[in-house]
Ligand binder design. Sequence first.
Ligand code: FEC
Length: 308
Amino acid sequence: MTTRTAVVLMAYGTPTSADQIEPYYTDIRRGRPPTPELLAELTGRYEAIGGLSPLAERTEAQRAGLAAALEAIAPGEYEVVIGLKHADPKIEATVDALAAQGVGRAVGIVLAPHDSTYSIGQYLDRLTAAAEPHGIAVGGVRSWATEPAFVSFIADDLAARLAAAPDATRVLFTAHSLPERIIAAGDIYPDELRSTAEAVAERLGLAEGSDWQIAWQSAGRTPEPWLGPDVLEVLDTLGSDDTVDGVIVSAVGFVADHLEVLYDLDIEAAQRADELGLAFDRTACVNDDPTVLAALAARVHDEAARLG
Ligand code: FEC
């Protein structure tokens, strides 16, 4: 049996060819194929950002960056592999491959900073369920919403953008919306987004309400209520507020350039802001920033130590 610890880096996944869009969407919908209208609408969004999403390359770059950072901490100890939620290699297939190699311990980390039963919780539950039958010991990194390197990355980028923006600019901190029923179930997701927003705002001396606010984005196309206010609704409100001249969206719930950023913000929200006469910008995504990946590597190393 190998002595190496496997690190399962988990991310959402994306179609890697146009004919994969339908099975991908079916997987997101838990096995229910999308209607032709929904499929055409999603295909149209991918076409608008160039045909496919850069998420697969971004996730691989993040994997390589995390592996390099772990190698610097503990040479030869870790092997970093990708496990995806909605595309191949799925989390379960990755764990099966690790078991076949004789790996006995694995640490999971999710490329999403905010803990939620729907997000980090689902990824780690799937990792644990897949590993258990193989007798693989599993540890998991949970929230990294206020990891100082992450907060600094966002705060530094936001400060530079604010300096170039109109004086009366409102910052909107966003994350992917989730069904509102998670609140009744006691999910901490909204507090997680708030904790990132407050940490960044505090760094820059921004006041809630006048300088920044929370908004949600990219809600699912289902009839049930989703967490709000939606970023487009907030833009509408700010567009009719004479004291606001511009917005900067900081999509702190996402850590890579992908459809929900490149379409939902860079195309859809930017166009809405333009129609409303608001200046528009958004902060950069972490992608494979080495400082943030080094901080995540340290979290993985701590979790591996806890596994014993
Ligand atoms: O670039 C890409 O190709 C993939 C971008 C992508 C990311 C992403 C992240 C999150 N999602 C989360 C929750 C939900 C829930 C539903 C849902 C639906 C979609 C659809 C697409 C999609 N998501 Fe996603 N999400 C991305 C893409 N997501 C496409 C289907 C069409 C649509 O509704 O837009 C609703 C499922 C249902 O119908 O029941 C819930 C959460 C995240 C952030 C955390 C993470 O990255 O895991 C939460 C990236």
